[in-house]
Design a protein around this ligand. Sequence first.
Ligand code: NIG
Ligand code: FE
Length: 412
Amino acid sequence: MANLLLKNIGLLATPTGSAAKRGREQGEITLLKGAYILVKGGVIDAVGSGEVPAGMLENAEMVDVKGRLVTPGLVDAHTHLIFGGWRQNELGLKLHGVTYLEILAQGGGILSTVRATRAASEQELAGKAAKELSAMLRMGTTTCEAKSGYGLDPEDEYKQLRAIRRLNETQKVELVPTFLGAHALPEEYKNHREGYLGLLCEEMIPTVAREHLAEFCDVFCETGVFTAEESRRILEAGKKHGLTPKIHADEIDPIGGSQLAGAVGAITAEHLIVCPKEGIASMAKGGTIACLLPATSFYLGATFAPARAMIDAGVAVAVATDFNPGSCPSSNLQLAMNLACLKYCLTPEEVLTAVTLNGAAGIRRADRIGTVEAGKQADLLIWDAPDLDYVCYRLGANLVDTVIKKGEIIQF
Ligand code: NIG
Ligand code: FE
């Protein structure tokens, strides 16, 4: 692989370091004018500003950034990427005032996607997701977490996780797998909750861990789905087998998910739309990252997570899409950035940290990605934009011009 030299960078904007940034530090990023970046063997070798040292010009392929903005590749730390079918039929229901949890309670929602996912082969699921991933890469997402959770039985959950594994070998976006067998109670266990909890904790979690099918274990802690006590049991079983806890908490009702997150040492608590003060305190104490999903709030017509209160309390904030066929049928992380700015009132600098370094920390990758610094993997974006304000201000556009993944310029 040839060396790459990005020169004539108008503005390099990047957080720094290898751990999530919290509090005031979340907005303290490096802004380097007139910068250059040297990439060797897929890794960032040097970053500087001013005259490019003569030695660097030798044996390097030049990329003229033409005075524009460069940032790290975007990290989407929460997606439900692998699923069969879509749910456009729910749009009409929503417009008639049927709520998300009502649709689920009627056997629709997640359960309708479960039926479509069970009917699809691993190859079909991977093929469908590959198409979405190629759109995501074009929009600047270079790393993406992907959850199971639409199989809800051993073979169909493993099938989703194997589709993720297959995609890691066949396309460029790096995927990080999370086991979400506790996404809903499957219809066949409707009158047998304990049976499904046992299956999750005694069979599925141990198999997923043994076969290295996932790194994280997630649970949908919500009214009518899993209680906080059940969620604790599932996450503790995951921990016992080496799966790090994540939790869907306080998305619709505050039933104790964010309090549990800090208490079990969850790496992230996700959604947090109606997160109470006690939940914020618990996450601050436990070092849990708040992974916020503003496009889901928008799509559900809900309120927006108290992001500023979290930052003020010293909780690191990440922002992700939540891409899924129900509550957020969009994989556009730039749109989530716009909304994070407008609806959480985060500054563009805080938002950048949220979708790069803090997202990376939320999937335990902050030592390798999430910043533009010597030694990190060369996941870089050249934007059709002069600065970060412009990126956060231009609503719903794709402003990414060039994507570089592991030092390779992606051709679309
Ligand atoms: O994060 N809340 C649970 N899971 C997804 C929605 C999944 C679906 O509706 O298919 C979410 O919003
Ligand atoms: Fe989700």
